[in-house]
Design a protein around this ligand. Structure first.
Ligand SMILES: Nc1ncnc2c1ncn2[C@@H]1O[C@H](COP(=O)(O)OP(=O)(O)OP(=O)(O)O)[C@@H](O)[C@H]1O
Length: 258
C-alpha cells in the first residue's frame, strides 16, 4: 500500500478532458514532481488530489483510505497539506502570526474559550506559538518572526507558506510551484528545504515549471501532456524520453508559430 495513491483520475470541463486516466503513487520520504507543457493538466490534477475539485472518475487514496473529493481541511486533518501557486499569506500579519495560523487550522477550537480568554485557550495559543517558532527556525525565518509578512522577500514568503503547511504535521505535502517567481539563490534555499522535509519522512508531490529544480530534487517524475500521463520514471530517464521531448518541442513550435 502506498502512502498516496492516485488511481485513474480524470475530469472534464465541458467537452475538454483536462485530466484523463492518470495513475501514480508517492511513498514516504519521496519527492515526486508532475511536469508537462502549459495546459497539460498539472494544476487540475493537483486540485483534484487536494480536494479543490471533485474528480469525474478515479480515486485518491491516502494511507489506503479513499479520500476522493474530500474537502481540503478534512484532508489536512488526515495528513495531506498543500501550498498554493498564488501565495496565501496574510500580508498584514507578522511572520509568527502567519505560522501560528497553521496551528489554529489544526483544531476546530472552542471559540467561546478563546473569547473568554480561558486558561485552556491561553495554553493552546502558547503551544501554537512555540510550535510556530520551531517551524520558523526549520525554514530559516526565526529572525524574521516579528516582521510584517508583507515586507518579506518572495523567497522568504514561499518558505513561510511551507512552514504553515508543515504546522499540520503532514504525511504528504503538496507544493504548487514552490519556486515560481524566485531568483536562483531563493530557489536553491527552497530546494534544500524540500529535501530536508522529505528526509524527515514526508512524502512530497510538487508541480513546478523550473525544470532544473525538478531534475535536481525529484526521485520520480510524472509527465502529463493534453491531460494524459505520457511518461514517468527517474528524472534522467524522463528527460531522455522521446515522447517527453516531443511534447515540449511541440509546445515550443506552437509558441514560435504564434
Ligand atoms: N475550471 C476550469 N474550467 C474549464 N477549463 C479548465 C478549468 N481549469 C483548467 N481548465 C482547462 O484544462 C486544461 C488543463 O489546465 P491546467 O491549468 O490544469 O494545466 P497546467 O498544466 O496546470 O497548465 P500551466 O502550466 O499553464 O499552469 C487547460 O486546457 C485549461 O484551459
Amino acid at each position: 500500500m502506498s502512502l498516496l495513491q492516485i488511481e485513474r483520475l480524470g475530469i472534464a470541463f465541458g467537452g475538454l478532458r483536462a485530466v484523463h486516466d492518470v495513475s501514480f503513487s508517492v511513498e514516504p520520504g519521496e519527492i515526486v514532481s508532475v511536469i508537462g507543457p502549459n495546459g497539460a493538466g498539472k494544476t487540475t490534477l493537483f486540485n483534484m488530489i487536494s480536494g479543490v475539485y471533485r474528480p469525474g472518475s478515479g480515486k485518491v487514496r491516502l494511507k489506503g483510505e479513499d479520500v476522493t473529493g474530500m474537502e481540503p481541511f478534512r484532508l489536512a486533518a488526515r495528513g495531506m497539506s498543500r501550498t498554493f501557486q498564488n501565495l496565501q499569506i496574510f500580508q498584514n500579519m507578522t511572520v509568527l502570526e502567519n505560522a501560528m495560523a497553521g496551528f489554529h487550522l489544526q483544531e476546530r477550537g472552542p471559540v467561546l474559550a478563546d473569547l473568554l480568554n480561558l486558561p485552556s485557550s491561553r495554553k493552546r495559543i502558547r503551544m501554537a506559538e512555540e510550535g510556530a517558532r520551531a517551524l520558523l527556525a526549520r525554514v530559516g525565518l526565526e529572525r524574521a518572526a516579528d516582521r510584517e509578512a508583507g515586507n518579506l522577500s518572495y523567497g522568504s514568503l514561499k518558505r513561510l507558506e511551507i512552514a504553515r503547511a508543515l504546522a499540520m504535521n503532514p504525511a504528504v505535502l503538496l507544493l504548487d510551484e514552490p519556486a515560481a517567481g524566485c531568483n536562483a539563490v531563493e530557489t536553491e534555499e527552497i530546494d534544500h528545504l524540500i529535501a530536508e522535509v522529505a528526509t524527515s519522512g514526508v512524502a512530497i508531490l510538487l508541480v513546478e515549471h523550473d525544470m532544473k529544480m525538478v531534475m535536481r530534487i525529484s526521485n520520480h517524475v510524472v509527465v502529463l501532456d493534453h491531460g494524459e500521463k505520457i511518461a514517468e520514471g527517474p528524472p534522467e530517464a524522463v528527460s531522455r524520453n522521446p515522447a517527453v521531448i516531443a511534447a515540449y518541442l511541440g509546445t515550443e513550435a506552437a509558441d514560435a508559430d504564434r
